[in-house]
Design a protein around this ligand. Structure first.
Ligand code: NAP
Length: 285
């Protein structure tokens, strides 16, 4: 009897991930003999993990904090998109070959188009964070021809590097880094994206001064647990359009699933699994 194919998520630390519920529900719905597991790995355990892929029948995996950028040294190939973004969140194993993809960017783009149908062509976006997820978001925004992307990160250097990359690769989009959130009011953007983990804990501070948000701004928080962060509650109170990142999680997961299995991902099954998880999540409010 052939053993089940193993997929999973690598990262450290791995707290309450929603991905196993979403992928295992999809495998079950399509009668695929496979299982999605969590692999919580310290950096010194990565090499051994890669050596054990065949023995464990691991056919693919997702990558999360803190390995999205560093994982590429273990891979044989990465797509042009993942290379341009500078982050890999999906790995597919094909024989001896390990191929890296980024499905966060397309996942974000698809969900943003669901929740804001007219899109942000030639408009202004303010991006908080310049880490792995923010890179995918910035790439997507530039690809959808947003006019300008203003980037703020705790580390201004990181924001500057991301801005430069966008300016070097996308002629239709101007990007600049700012060294303070105070710029938000001056910019009064059409879209505000939180791509930092700030807001995952109830004790986290509000990322922006409430007076600096006006109803013209659509607020997208990549965080999905809690479903409504302080930032999203502020957006709601200010009369802004807003969304959390559950839809992005769904789409990036569907895209990973399709790369691994070659089959259409069962969207409703996966969505229901995520919603169920969120309902039972401790953080939810
Ligand atoms: P990351 O690589 O750690 O990047 C976060 C960036 O934000 C870092 O540069 C961090 O700086 C910076 N930062 C932290 N606090 C800040 C603050 N108060 N103001 C400005 N910048 C700040 O994390 P990531 O992988 O990009 O993930 C970010 C968030 O997106 C997480 O909550 C993650 O769960 C979520 N996410 C959601 C999806 C989805 O499908 N919905 C997908 C990917 C990620 P330091 O490193 O110096 O702290």
């Amino acid at each position: 009897m052939t053993p089940p194919k193993i997929y999973g998520l690598i990262g450290y630390p791995l707290k309450h991930s929603f991905s196993p519920a979403m992928h295992n529900a999809a495998f079950k719905a399509l009668n695929i003999d496979a299982e999605y597991r969590l692999f919580e790995l310290k950096i010194e355990e990565l090499r051994r993990f890669f050596k054990s892929l065949t023995a464990k029948n691991i056919c693919g995996f997702n990558v999360t904090i803190p390995y999205k950028e560093g994982i590429k040294v273990y891979l044989n190939e990465i797509t042009e998109e993942a290379s341009l973004i500078g982050a890999v969140n999906t790995v597919k194993i094909e024989g001896d070959k390990k191929i890296g993809y980024n499905t966060d960017s397309e996942g974000f783009l698809r969900h943003l188009m669901d929740v804001y149908k007219s899109g942000f062509y030639n408009k202004t976006a303010f991006l908080i964070g310049a880490g792995g997820a923010a890179k995918a978001v910035a790439y997507s925004l530039a690809k959808m021809r947003v006019g300008s992307i203003i980037i703020y990160d705790k580390l201004t250097q990181r924001a500057r590097a991301l801005s430069k990359k966008i300016n070097d690769n996308f002629k239709s989009c101007g990007s600049r880094a700012v060294d303070s959130m105070d710029e938000l009011l001056k910019v009064n953007p059409d879209l505000l994206v939180n791509a930092t983990p700030v807001g995952m804990e109830e004790a986290d501070p509000l990322l922006i001064d409430p007076d600096k948000l006006t109803p013209r701004t659509f607020v997208y928080d990549l965080i999905y647990n809690p479903a409504q962060t302080k930032l999203l509650r502020l957006a709601r109170d200010k009369g802004c359009g807003f969304s959390n990142g559950l839809g992005m999680l769904l789409y990036q997961g569907m895209l990973s699933f399709e790369k691994w299995t070659g089959k259409n991902a069962p969207q409703e099954v996966m969505r229901r699994a995520l919603e169920e998880k969120l309902k039972n999540a401790k953080n939810n409010n």
